[in-house]
Design a protein around this ligand. Sequence first.
Ligand code: NAP
Length: 260
Amino acid sequence: MDLGLDGKVAIVTGGAKGIGAAIVRAATAEGMTVAIVDRDEAVSQAFAAQLRAAGHTVHVVIASLETAAACAAAVAEVVARCGRIDALINNAGVNDGVGLASGSPAEFAASLDRNLSHYFAMAHYALPALTEWRGNIVNIASKVAVTGQGGTSGYAAAKGAIMALTREWAVELLPVGIRVNAVIPAEVMTPLYEQWLATHADPAGKLQDIVSKIPLGHRMTTADEIAAAVLFLLSSKSGHTTGQQLHVDGGYVHLDRAIR
Ligand code: NAP
């Protein structure tokens, strides 16, 4: 299926690894020019070199997105280099374990800066270009927003707010035709997920326990499966889809627990 994305420009925050990297690969495979906005310079540059060697057009913007100024500068750099923005994929985030009992109010606020504020700032600063080019936005949330996890108030609050902002922006941007949707992963093997598994006494046992509860196929969702959903939402094939929260999780969040 031709998604009609050839030649369009996408920003992928956190595009160096994991889900973001899968989105970058899928977007370049559709002929998009992609700006990887990530703080990991070595991995971003190596990944971009690999993609360029395969004939794709990729830019790297090194930024740590916790401040509005960093987001403004990143967007300005993409516009300067690419001349347009057709898609913003807000993806960077970290499940940082700031709990109600274990964390302080200051740590909670810092977690929101790591996980939420840059979604707003990136969309805010990209809005003029997105409006000019009639682009759209996909926000990566998390099942933690819906199910809770325990011990991670900042991350849960951020991901819940991201789902709310997806609806809010979908409404606000109706007049300019910018669609806004969210993709909600649950269990995807990425560097971040591997780090989290490693915090358990028996990582292999913990993983087995988790996959046994994933209804469809008793397996993890692949990052490529998340990316495919994102690309569909970016494309004109989903031209009448906005404000949606798409769970790509093998039925983990919604299907009847009795069938597991
Ligand atoms: P990942 O493997 O850690 O990759 C994320 C990339 O983004 C890393 O390169 C990371 O750099 C970078 N990054 C993170 N915060 C950043 C910031 N503030 N500024 C610049 N770069 C930043 O993570 P992932 O598992 O692919 O997760 C991607 C998104 O999916 C996140 O929003 C996460 O909450 C969401 N998600 C993931 C899962 C899952 O099962 N993996 C489930 C639900 C939701 P560093 O390596 O330096 O941190």
